[in-house]
Design a protein around this ligand. Structure first.
Ligand SMILES: Cc1cc2nc3c(=O)[nH]c(=O)nc-3n(C[C@H](O)[C@H](O)[C@H](O)COP(=O)(O)OP(=O)(O)OC[C@H]3O[C@@H](n4cnc5c(N)ncnc54)[C@H](O)[C@@H]3O)c2cc1C
Length: 431
């Protein structure tokens, strides 16, 4: 029988950790607060834009590409361009969650829905078991915290414009609870440039059917529609956005829509009455958040102190990934860290040395760089993504942003890590 790996939080990070752990033969349980997988990934969809391309290919060369293959089968558009972003792909936000669920179930991951972890039993500085709101308890050898950093409602009210009724559905399922915080570890909060806490999510979903036929047709054909805004309709939310890679003038001067099956509007919120003034948007309505005319969810409120193997510092058998592992924005960022955390969880359970990815790889550099940056007040006011802003600029300077796939594979091979995630090291072969 494999060791028991318990993953709390079924967003992209938790799903990737589950895929990695079950592949290595661990008895893997994924606990999700709501009734759907993917968390904030239920409303996202953008992959492979800018440096996310490199990170995805690196992770694949490392042997951790299975979830990317699932996504690839659910893409609506591939290799598209939109302002500031190249070779992006867009997954279908309706079909992808179920495809991921089926993939995990077929690979023996036990998924428990409506399992909101709200208490923990500690044995010294080791977690013995976790329990949910209904009193169900899961014992394990190693635990992962992939609960994300969004909400709950009191935070969206305190640091944002109130609950905008997003897909996280806190009123129905209870808000996010951090496993790390339950163990007594003090968490880290992200800041905005003005010193206030958290950051607002940067896009909303419009119901596609509510838009004019010519907009729907262009979205279906090209994946992207850019509509110049008259000055009186421009809104200035660039500074509050979690996704700084989209904090470009083009996203203020234009309405940028992307086709994820829904019309993804690249603004944290946009006044509905103003939207109705635009030709083709007379009947527009929000699908997520429901109050997208007023606000959006607030994130980056609770991150775990961790090392570069993604172990939570201070707890022997706890790992973290995704937004919980730092100010990392994105599905790709969640998947690559989730894969590493899932791999290391099994390594720890089986008595192997933990893997720290080298800084000669974009993913290794990102994990180490973000941790260093978060130690400074200025670094805590940034967000980090392979797709733009500070991290991409840093990777460019280090010559780590490349899109030549054979070269990415050679770099992984030079590091001696080709396929590392696909099997545990043989005893006695670890460096
Ligand atoms: C509106 C929006 C649009 C976005 N668009 C994109 C995009 O197009 N491309 C992109 O790359 N990134 C996008 N992002 C960012 C991206 O979605 C996230 O950075 C990334 O997916 C985070 O994944 P995660 O697994 O760390 O956390 P989350 O997605 O927050 O998942 C955490 C999960 O844990 C669960 N959970 C919380 N507490 C508990 C508990 N106590 N017990 C059990 N379960 C719990 C939650 O229900 C949730 O399912 C977007 C984010 C938002 C909000």
């Amino acid at each position: 029988m494999g060791k028991r790996i318990i993953i709390t939080g079924g967003g992209w990070a938790g799903c990737a950790a589950a895929a990695a752990a079950t592949h290595l033969g661990a008895q893997t349980t994924l606990l999700e607060r709501t009734d759907m997988l993917l968390g904030t990934g239920l409303v996202g969809g953008i992959m492979q834009n800018n440096g996310r391309f490199t990170a995805q290919e690196e992770c694949t060369a490392l042997g951790g590409g299975t979830l990317f293959q699932v996504i690839e089968k659910n893409l609506r558009h591939k290799a598209i361009h939109f302002p500031g972003h190249h070779h992006a792909s867009l997954y279908d936000v309706s079909s992808t969650p179920s495809a991921v669920r089926r993939f995990l179930e077929e690979n023996s991951v036990k998924i428990e829905y409506r399992a909101r972890i709200s208490s923990v039993e500690m044995r010294g500085n080791t977690i013995g078991s976790v329990s949910d709101d209904h009193g169900r308890t899961w014992e394990g050898d190693i635990f992962l915290d992939t609960t994300g950093t969004a909400g709950p409602m009191n935070n969206c009210t305190r640091y944002g414009t109130g609950c905008a009724m997003c897909v996280l559905r806190c009123p129905a399922f209870g808000g996010r609870v951090s496993l790390t915080a339950l163990t007594g570890i003090k968490e880290i909060q992200g800041r905005r440039a003005d010193g206030s806490i958290g950051a607002m999510s940067g896009s909303c979903k419009l119901s596609k059917e509510s838009l004019a036929p010519q907009i729907i047709e262009q979205l279906d054909r090209e994946g992207c529609v850019v509509i110049p805004l008259p000055p009186e309709l421009m809104e200035d939310h660039l500074r509050i956005k979690a996704c700084q890679q989209y904090a470009l003038g083009a996203f203020r001067q234009n309405l940028v829509l992307l086709d994820t099956g829904k019309a993804k509007l690249m603004a944290p919120y946009f006044n509905l009455q103003k939207l109705h003034c635009l030709h083709g948007f007379e009947n527009a309505r929000y699908e997520d958040p429901y109050a997208g005319g007023k606000g959006n969810s607030i994130r980056f409120l609770a991150m775990a102190p961790r090392d570069n193997a993604l172990q939570v510092q201070g707890i022997e058998n706890l790992f973290c990934a995704g937004e919980k592992a730092g100010l990392l924005v994105g599905h790709t960022e969640a998947i690559v860290t989730g894969t590493l955390a899932g791999y290391n969880a099994v390594c720890r359970a089986e008595g192997h040395k933990l893997l720290v990815l080298p800084r000669s790889l974009a993913v290794g550099e990102a994990i180490a760089f973000v941790r260093e940056q978060m130690r400074t007040p200025a670094g805590l006011a940034q967000k980090y993504t392979f797709s733009g802003s500070v991290l991409l600029e840093h990777l460019k300077q280090m010559n780590l942003y490349i899109t030549d796939i054979p070269m990415i594979r050679r770099r992984v091979q030079s590091a001696g890590l080709s396929g590392i995630f696909s099997a545990l090291p043989k005893k006695g072969t670890e460096k």
